[in-house]
Design a protein around this ligand. Sequence first.
Ligand SMILES: [Fe+2]
Length: 368
Amino acid sequence: MATHANNFRNLKNFAPVFAIAFYLKFKGNYKYMSVILALESSCDETSASVLKDGKILTNIISNQLIHSKYGGVVPEFASRAHQRNIAAVTQQAIEDSGIKTEDISAVAYTQGPGLAGSLLVAAMFAKGFALSRNIPLIGVDHLHAHIMANFIDDPKPSFPCLCLLVSGGHTQIIHLTDYLEMEIIGNTIDDAAGEAFDKGAKIMGLPYPGGPSIDLLAKSGNPKAFHFPTPKIPGYHFSFSGLKTSLLYKIRDELKKDPDFLEKNKADLCASFQHRIVTYLSEKLLLASKDTGIKEICLAGGVAANSGLRNTLMLLAQKQGWNLYVPAFQFCTDNAAMIAIAAYFRLMKGNFSSPEENIYANYRKSVK
Ligand SMILES: [Fe+2]
């Protein structure tokens, strides 16, 4: 064991050498290598995409329905399902694209953040594919990819721009000055916005995932029927755990007075709960826009599909003179097309990854 550990440590010492050798090997050729196979398996979607010359040709997504009966993603089930699905999803993405396997010039994969066991599936598959075909690898940051989804279709944002990234795992405001230059200026200190929707839905007995369930019921409810407090967090940062607790206590207290309270008020509770989350997100985004003077505003992540958030931001954009960009729905939730477009911008700068690089479960401040 000690010998293996020492060998591994010695190998790690040579990681920069591997990276330089890899870069030199493909240096100068990258601008002609614009057919990218991209793989995504960071959570509970197995996805593969083929991109040619900056255009997405295919985006195949396999959802894992098994998690709905547990009310959340079960990491072990997720990684096993990725193992079962990854080859078929990749094959379909390549076949439907009309591209021959030998014409693929680079392989991209989600390097992190995400569930470690899930990330490993696409990472190992991509490394095997790249090594077998002797083509470069590009490890992509999942959050960077969500943001880059705004650059798949026209019109595209110009720099500098601000992006509100909202999903089950992330709630961030990001300042971008270029495709590969970004700074996270706002972040959640506890739950993500999507997590608040999921937990709120669970409290109200609604199915997982909670966002779409709450959004649907909220359409027939009164957003001002119940008041939920706005979390007091400085700057552009967020907190959602108190909001979830206030919903729990409200329902618990009211049920003591009327056992049918939840059934009678579900639509109003959903509308009021969603209204508080959406206004909280938009107020922070407005603050960041005013402070920076930036009016190029992007939305990204699965919660971007929420109709309440979209409508509120569209009204705010009209009022504030923003240019608002929202990716198509298939590029908002986890998907490999966003990994492909993010990899494309890395490829254009000859920014490859070494096969020695590992996955990472937690977010990094830099995209590189
Ligand atoms: Fe995501």
